[in-house]
Design a binder for this molecule. Structure first.
Ligand code: NAD
Ligand code: TYD
Length: 354
């Protein structure tokens, strides 16, 4: 069984590979990754020399390169993580999002269609195209309610619009060509190895050097937070026990305002470093809001829980504690991402906010 994992050097893909490569020695994992600024090959050191793992540096927008790889390593399963994933970047420059998230997904679907030949009645047993998506495709909630699998799509940012487009393409390939697809829409992930442009690692790293903690608007926006390994396990559960053509929402039952998240992180960093919580809380700085900022996301994950028996292992408290400790104990990883592209990006886009 050959499994392509696209975007396996990114945050969630690396959690998935680090867990599954050792657990499934009879499966061969091919990490199909362009290695953009968001990838960190250091994240995969623990599995890099395993016999059942290989990194193929390929851009998913390059169909010929994918086709050559498919001749060499014909995929039985494709788990598609690769994407441009940061909302703020998508607002400043949407082009790369359309390219990778829409066109790139299209090329992978074409690879699956060409090599699996679903409309020619090929035997599709064991074949799955698993598309990893986000709850942001559903848009914003008011004070009540939660996203269900049948909630209407209403994306707000260029990022979520491109993810919505890719979800639609995946479902269209299932209906039109009989491609065996599964889609998961997950809430905000946090945990080790997340690139520090996202809220949680950005705040932790700013605290360590006493930089201002930039909170958009009033900090009242609500997200549902899920520990990354729980998301990786949910995807594995869907691969093992899910049904083709189905969508599963994945969430952590951890709705928090951004201010609550930052306050929690201040308390945890203080606990583990000995700095006073008050000194860290005083770094909180309210900055201009994100345009089109969705107010609230919440996930109804009852389908995956009921039908497939998945449930998150971490609570918000245990997961955030693990995350803070990981960033404190992995300064070499942090230093490796705080160079080159990342620093240029921070200077250009976050400079005036410290
Ligand atoms: P990430 O930005 O950390 O990693 C993305 C990975 O994709 C990187 O390794 C990058 O090199 C690779 N990549 C980007 N463009 C590529 C291209 N053209 N060809 C090949 N590889 C390319 O992202 P992440 O946070 O790990 O998210 C992974 C997936 O999960 C994305 O599809 C994202 O939309 C989805 N998702 C993320 C979250 C979250 O909270 N981070 C939540 C739900 C869903
Ligand atoms: P983010 O980590 O970018 O994830 P997403 O936009 O995909 O939900 O942001 C999470 C929340 O934190 C979102 O409401 C925006 C907010 N935020 C800040 O307040 N300050 C920041 O510096 C960042 C990066 C995000």
């Amino acid at each position: 069984m050959i499994v392509w994992v696209t975007g396996g050097a990114g945050f969630i893909g690396s959690s998935f590979l680090l867990r599954q490569v050792p657990r499934a020695p009879s499966w061969r994992f091919v990490n199909v990754d362009k290695l953009t600024y968001a990838a960190n090959p250091r994240s995969l050191e623990a599995i890099a020399t395993r016999d059942n793992y290989r990194l193929a540096r390929v851009d998913i927008c390059d169909f010929d390169a994918l086709d050559r790889l498919a001749a060499e390593e014909p995929p039985d399963v494709i788990v598609h993580f690769a994407a441009e994933s940061h909302v703020d970047r998508s607002i400043l420059g949407p082009r790369e999002f359309v390219r990778t998230n829409v066109e790139g997904t299209f090329h992978l679907l074409e690879i699956a269609r060409k090599h699996w030949r679903p409309s020619l009645g090929a035997d599709l047993r064991g074949r799955v195209f698993h598309h990893v998506s986000t709850d942001e495709v559903y848009g914003s909630l008011g004070d009540t309610g939660a996203f269900r699998e049948d909630t209407r799509y209403d994306p707000s940012s260029p990022y979520s619009a491109t993810k919505a487009a890719s979800d639609h393409l995946v479902r269209a390939y299932a209906r039109t060509y009989g491609l065996p697809t599964r889609v998961t829409n997950c809430s905000n992930n946090y945990g080790p190895r997340q690139f520090p442009e996202k809220l949680v690692p950005l705040m932790i790293l700013h605290m360590l050097v006493r930089k201002p903690l930039p909170i958009y608007g009033k900090g009242a926006n609500v997200r549902d937070w899920l520990f990354v390994d729980d998301h990786a396990d949910a995807i594995w559960t869907v691969l093992e026990r899910g049904v083709n053509g189905e969508t599963y929402n994945v969430g952590g039952h951890n709705e928090r305002t951004n201010l609550e998240v930052v306050d929690t992180l201040c308390a945890l960093v203080a606990k583990h470093t000995g700095v006073s919580t008050e000194e860290l809380l005083a770094l909180k700085t309210f900055v201009a809001d994100r345009p089109g900022h969705d107010l609230r996301y919440a996930i109804d994950a009852s389908k995956i829980e009921r039908e497939l028996g998945w449930a998150p292992a971490e609570t918000f408290e245990t997961g955030m504690d693990k995350t803070v400790r990981w960033y404190l104990e992995n300064q070499a990883w942090v230093a490796s991402v705080q160079s080159g592209e990342y620093l240029k990006w921070i200077e250009t886009n976050y400079g005036e906010r410290g």
